[in-house]
Write a protein that binds this ligand. Structure first.
Ligand code: ZN
Ligand code: ZN
Length: 256
């Protein structure tokens, strides 16, 4: 569900600043260098809903095909972003079942005809509760989701010839997955990890120790250089978080 702690948020302006700084482009696009022999993937991060959830639009400029990761709301704004970049949406990838990450998935799938891939089946109870949660939190328009396909640890996804790995990272929610591109050292971690913080575990079926284990045993092995787009707030790298994160930094966990 929503991450309401101020430390886990940044303003749209700040996020756009960070993206621009990384990409050196005024459009706010990032470029993922997936291989010197391949055309790079492109990514645009679009904050949606009052919770400023980071929806990612990633696409291959060669094929023109793209996916939305965690389309949490504001369907028209997201479809407009795809249109402006001449992207045909071929799939929706979900990291977990919370409203602010999955709320627009059913509507976009209906409009584009694309499949919904993920999260792990253990989040279906949350996907079934999106409409009720929306009413509770005053966020309208979200629809319950039935994925076309669930994800499990070790699965592989593909976009424009580029491979993405999947790791199951329970703790924030039981069915949370992280999606990463090894060659480009780029990942989408949903609400598992934030710059300077970690996901909340005080919701039903949250588990703090499980979340710590997911981060240290599933994410850290992907490498210190791995950049990540969190569900909320600015980007970071696993190495930066190991060095400074007050919840899962090496020093905090007594690892040097
Ligand atoms: Zn969440
Ligand atoms: Zn969230």
């Amino acid at each position: 569900m929503p991450e309401l702690k101020p430390a886990q948020h940044c303003s749209i302006d700040r996020l756009v600043c960070i993206i621009t700084a990384v990409s050196h482009k005024p459009t706010g696009r990032l470029i993922i260098m997936t291989s010197p022999n391949h055309t790079a993937l492109q990514i645009q991060i679009i904050p949606v809903t009052p919770l400023q959830q980071n929806t990612s639009l990633i696409w291959s400029p060669t094929s023109g095909e793209g996916v939305f990761i965690d389309p949490g709301g504001e369907t028209q704004k997201l479809l407009m972003a795809a249109k402006q970049n001449n992207v045909k949406i071929v799939a929706i990838w979900l990291t977990h079942g919370h409203l602010d990450h999955a709320g627009a998935a059913a509507e976009i799938a209906e409009i584009t005809g694309c499949p919904i891939i993920g999260p792990h089946k253990d989040d279906q109870w949350l996907l079934d509760d999106i409409e009720a949660q929306g009413a509770k939190y005053g966020i309208s328009g979200g629809r319950n989701v039935t994925p076309t396909r669930y994800l499990v640890d070790g699965d592989e996804l593909e976009l424009g010839g580029h491979k993405f790995g999947v790791v199951h990272c329970p703790g924030h929610t039981p069915g949370h997955v992280v999606i990463y591109n090894k060659q480009g050292a780029f990942s989408f971690v949903g609400d598992v990890l934030f710059k300077g913080s970690i996901g909340r575990t005080d919701f039903p079926k949250g588990n703090h120790q499980q979340l710590l284990d997911s981060i240290t045993q599933k994410l850290w092995p992907l490498g210190n250089d791995m950049r990540f787009v969190p569900g909320h707030g600015p980007m970071s790298t696993f190495g930066e978080e190991r060095a400074s994160n007050q919840f899962v930094g090496d020093a905090v966990l007594n690892r040097s």
